[in-house]
Write a protein that binds this ligand. Structure first.
Ligand code: C5P
Length: 402
């Protein structure tokens, strides 16, 4: 059976650690699986393994310096970053991890990493004390927060002859991680995804508004996951305190439902997938005041409301062939029935149903419990309570099958 890596463009980044000898095997396996591999090696990496071996195996000159010394030819890290379907850094030393985490672009590998649009896989390798140091732990956590995939090192004998965690994962297993990623349709490289998230707020006067308890966590988790899979994400967000980290996420901040509609409309035509997670306020005050309403002399006892536009339904009407539209339905009762009705009425391809009746689901929690309903007639899919990050992955896996 042919590998899912067949024809894929892979950047193999090699940094200066003993485990670099295993990168030769990794390169061999990637090439055998049919991938086109461009090796980028750090100056220290070349102390461990020669570019001659690597270029012979990859069939391409190895990139290491910003330019070729005798010809002055400039090597573009930006072009490389765009060419790749995935970037794998194996081994990743403590020092390269620190540089990637903090943007210290003093060699070709780090500049390529900083320009890469594709999913990035990092296989750390170092001595156990370096691995356990809080500095390394913090830097790896930062890389994770950028959406990078960390291929955890194994425990075993290390180059120092000490035993502990820090051995680079075996080349076969690194290849398997990549193959699984592409097999599950998890690569979203080249896809343009629009996500709406958070609540909207509808002003009554300069100090008061109507809104809801949405925190945006679910939508932001989907945005991070899609970006980690290589998608270009536009995140239209109501006022929230969560932040997006991945560089491939463009955040467009809005306040009201009308502003959210305008933003979503303008980005929708350019995207191939839209996932609407926002808790859009259904109504807005009909006559918002530009001065604070005073109890003493304005004396209002009711607020006239107007209905807000339905963003999902509006996008559903203009949906083109090939565009996918997914929505959410947060319900308190008969969740699946209400969800099915919204799927139909808003012309969605999939709807994610969650219920406030389930503990750990809904607003503000870090977990969610969802059922997916599909337009194409297949049966509903229910998932157990999971972290919002895991739920985001399930949702994107489902979208990949549509
Ligand atoms: O609020 P409702 O349950 O109808 O929301 C279902 C879906 O429609 C959600 O995906 C939500 O983001 C979207 N929606 C919208 N504009 C509205 C109301 C809901 O896009 N005005």
């Amino acid at each position: 059976m042919s590998s899912t890596l067949q024809g894929k463009h892979i950047i193999l980044g090699i940094t200066g650690g003993i485990a670099a000898y295993k990168s030769v095997m990794l390169l061999r396996l990637l090439v055998k699986a049919g991938a086109e591999v461009q090796v980028v090696i750090t100056p220290n990496g070349k102390e461990f393994i020669t570019p001659v071996t690597l270029s012979a195996l990859s069939g391409k000159p190895v990139v290491s310096e910003f330019f070729t010394a005798n010809t002055g030819e400039w090597h573009s890290h930006v072009d490389l970053g765009l060419w790749a379907d995935a970037m794998v850094i194996a081994p990743a030393t403590a020092s390269s991890i620190a540089k990637m985490a903090n943007g210290v672009a003093d060699n070709m590998l780090i500049t390529t990493y900083l320009s890469a649009k594709a999913p990035v896989f990092i296989a750390p390798a170092m001595d156990l004390d370096m691995m356990a140091h809080p500095s390394t732990t913090r830097n790896i956590a930062l890389l994770r927060s950028y959406g990078n995939h960390i291929i955890e090192p194994a425990s075993g004998e290390l180059a120092s002859h000490l035993t502990g965690k820090g051995r680079m994962e075996e080349p076969e297993n690194i290849v398997a991680v990549l193959e699984n990623f592409f097999a599950a349709g998890r690569s979203m490289a080249g896809r343009r995804v629009l996500i709406s998230a958070g609540p909207t707020i509808e002003r009554l006067d300069p100090v008061r508004y109507i809104s809801n308890f949405s925190t945006g966590k679910m939508g932001y988790a989907i945005a991070e996951e899609a970006a980690a899979r290589g998608a270009d994400v536009t995140l239209v967000s109501g006022p929230v305190s969560v932040e997006a980290h991945h560089p491939a996420i463009k955040v467009v901040k809005v306040e009201s439902a009308r502003e959210m509609l305008e933003a979503c409309r303008s980005y929708f035509s350019d995207c191939d997938t839209a996932i609407l997670t926002a808790a859009v306020a259904d109504y807005a005050p009909a006559h918002p005041r530009d001065k604070k309403i005073k109890r003493e002399h304005d004396g209002i006892d009711s607020i006239e409301l107007v209905k807000n536009p339905d963003i999902a339904a509006t996008l559903g009407e203009t949906k083109r062939e090939g565009q996918l539209l997914a929505g959410f339905a947060l319900e308190t009762d008969n969740a699946v029935d209400h969800g099915a009705e919204k799927l139909e009425r808003k012309n969605l391809d999939m709807i994610v149903v969650n219920s406030l009746a389930d503990a750990g689901a809904g607003f503000g929690t870090d977990t969610n419990k969802v059922t997916l309903l599909f337009r194409d007639g297949r049966p509903a899919e229910s998932f157990p309570l999971k972290s919002k990050k895991e739920v985001a992955a399930d949702i994107l896996d489902a979208i990949a099958t549509l």
